[in-house]
Design a protein around this ligand. Structure first.
Ligand SMILES: [Zn+2]
Ligand SMILES: [Zn+2]
Length: 354
């Protein structure tokens, strides 16, 4: 194995470049070294790289990845050299009260690949055995690198507690939105409504199973949803755009006793109109937050379910990958995404791409 590797490092907000750095060594007997074959860009990476910054510098960014085990620490029991794996990016402390009840997403003291500790936009990454999930043979590395958004979408959809025959709205068609549409259909929703402001994305949502696609810039989405549901409102809404506009619309579009799941990362304060607040309390709405995903074994390991549904073709990802770039292209790629110079859904960094 060589001793240097290429890695996309962030030095300060807006200062990202591909550098030659040391290949990580195993620092814990329960860790492994993965040769990264694909690393996707998360919606959260764009502000992290371009404006908000990370928790320390320099840091190798990237947390949606898949690759091959090239070295396993002496105490690793569940994986060996040559295994194809992906990994949950949240490294929980296992000691706080929330970890003790199996709620790693609420951990008080966690690490995170690509924002708190070195990530995967590189040729190699060191990961903890507890975080890895094996990839089925027929799932490609590009698809497996999307196990994170597939799991995050499942986590949010599960919060909506959907029942067979229900109608659910998805606000915001990023990768997670497109995947949420597919989960909702797979889990028995009768009607799935997708709302976005780009027609091209709405066309893809329809292809992936959405029953009604609404361009929120061209119509009153709440009014259309009310008409579509005979004036009652949807059973649940999942907000993934993170915009104050769709956050209010999500609440306004559900029926009494309905559920609203907030999952899109928000960057602005939200002021609720009095009418909307009245709807929450008089309608006894369930307002829920959803963050990240879970690899706890029961009742389901969301990552394993994610890979099963990708393997069987029930969750389709290929159309979501709009760009494959080299590590060396990082500056241009992040500028393209930040300034929305091109239409994109999932941008994959492929360390092998020449
Ligand atoms: Zn992410
Ligand atoms: Zn913890």
């Amino acid at each position: 194995m060589p001793d240097k590797m290429r890695a996309v490092q962030l030095f300060a907000p807006g200062r990202v470049s591909c550098e030659l750095i040391d290949i990580p060594a195993i620092t814990n007997p329960k860790n492994l070294i993965i040769k990264v074959q694909a690393c996707g860009v998360c919606g959260s990476d764009i502000p992290r790289v371009m404006s908000k910054g990370a928790y320390r510098y320099p840091i190798v960014i990237g947390h949606e990845f898949a690759g091959e085990v090239v070295e396993a620490g002496p105490d690793v029991k569940t994986a060996k050299k040559g295994d194809r794996v992906t990994a949950m990016p949240l490294v929980n402390c296992k000691e706080c009260d929330f970890c003790k009840i199996g709620q790693a997403v609420a951990c008080d003291n966690y690490d995170y690949y690509g924002s708190r500790i070195d990530g995967a936009m590189a040729e190699y990454i060191e990961v903890s055995e507890e975080n890895i999930v094996h990839i089925p043979d027929s799932v490609s590395y590009y698809e497996a690198a999307m196990a994170d958004p597939v799991s995050v979408a499942l986590h949010a959809v599960r919060k909506a507690n959907v029942e067979a025959g229900q109608t659910v709205v998805v606000f915001g068609l990023g990768a997670i939105g497109f995947i949420a549409v597919q989960w909702l259909k797979n889990l028995g929703c009768h009607k799935v409504i997708a709302v976005d402001i780009i027609d091209e994305k709405l066309e893809l949502a329809e292809k992936l199973g959405a029953d009604l696609c609404l361009n929120g810039a061209k119509c009153d989405a709440v009014k259309s949803i009310m008409e579509y549901t005979d004036g009652r409102g949807a059973d649940a809404a999942i907000e993934l755009a993170g915009s104050t506009f769709t956050q209010v619309q999500a609440i306004d579009s559900v029926r009494k006793l309905g559920t609203v799941v907030f999952c899109g990362i928000a960057y602005n304060d939200l002021m609720l109109p009095n009418k909307t607040l009245g709807k929450i309390l008089r309608g006894e709405l369930n307002i829920k937050g959803s963050w990240n995903s879970s690899i706890a074994p029961l009742p389901i390991n969301e990552w394993k379910s994610a890979l099963m549904f990708v393997e069987t073709g029930k969750i389709k990802l290929k159309d979501l990958i709009t760009h494959v770039v080299r590590l060396e292209d990082c500056q241009d790629a992040f500028e393209m995404m930040y300034h929305k110079k091109e239409m994109f859904t999932k941008v994959i960094f492929d360390p092998n791409k020449k």
